[in-house]
Design a binder for this molecule. Structure first.
Ligand SMILES: [Zn+2]
Length: 168
C-alpha cells in the first residue's frame, strides 16, 4: 500500500518525479508540499483511516537544468525560424552555413551554425563574415530547451497540508 506511486509536481506544476506514499506523507507533514489530489485508496492506521495522496505539489521551486536541445539541421532551421540569417528571406529550401568556415577552425556548434539561403551561402562561400562583407541578423545561440509547463486545469488544492493527518 505504501508503495503506491505519488506524482510530485514542482511548485510551478511541472511534473518532477514519483515518490511513494510514505515519502509523500513526510513532505506533506513537513509543510514542504500540498495535497492536490487523493488516491482512491485508504490507508488504515491503528487510530484512523487516511486517503492516500495521488498528486502532491512542492511549495518551493526545485530548479533543474533545462535539457539542451540536440544540435541538428532541423533544430537550427527552427531556431532561425526558417529564415536566412544573412538576407532575412524565409524559405523551405535553406542550407546550413558555418559562420566561421570549417577550414578556418569554425566548429560544428550552435554558435557557429546558421540557416542561410542558397544565394547567401554561395556568396559567403568559405569566407569569414568580414571577408564576405556580410553580417548576421542575429547572433546565433544555443536555444534553451523548453519543457511544457503543464498546469492542471481547474484543480485546486483540496485542503491545506496542515489539515492532513500524518500517520504515526
Ligand atoms: Zn539569404
Amino acid at each position: 500500500m505504501f508503495n503506491a506511486p505519488v506524482l510530485v509536481l514542482n511548485q510551478n506544476y511541472e511534473p518532477l518525479n514519483v515518490c511513494d506514499i510514505r515519502r509523500a506523507f513526510n513532505l506533506l507533514g513537513a509543510d514542504k508540499a500540498e495535497l492536490l489530489e487523493r488516491n482512491h485508496q485508504v490507508i488504515h492506521t491503528p487510530r484512523m483511516a487516511i486517503p492516500a495522496p495521488a498528486v502532491i505539489r512542492l511549495v518551493y521551486l526545485v530548479k533543474r537544468p533545462r535539457p539542451r536541445v540536440k544540435l541538428s539541421r532541423r533544430e537550427i532551421f527552427a531556431r532561425d525560424r526558417h529564415t536566412c540569417q544573412y538576407c532575412g528571406s524565409s524559405s523551405r529550401d535553406l542550407t546550413i552555413d558555418h559562420v566561421v568556415p570549417k577550414h578556418r577552425g569554425g566548429r560544428h556548434e550552435w554558435e557557429n551554425l546558421v540557416a542561410a539561403c542558397h544565394a547567401c551561402n554561395h556568396r559567403k562561400g568559405s569566407k569569414t563574415l568580414a571577408e564576405a562583407r556580410m553580417s548576421l541578423l542575429r547572433e546565433p545561440r544555443a536555444p534553451r530547451g523548453s519543457l511544457p509547463l503543464r498546469k492542471l486545469p481547474g484543480r485546486r488544492p483540496e485542503r491545506h497540508v496542515a489539515d492532513l493527518p500524518v500517520p504515526g
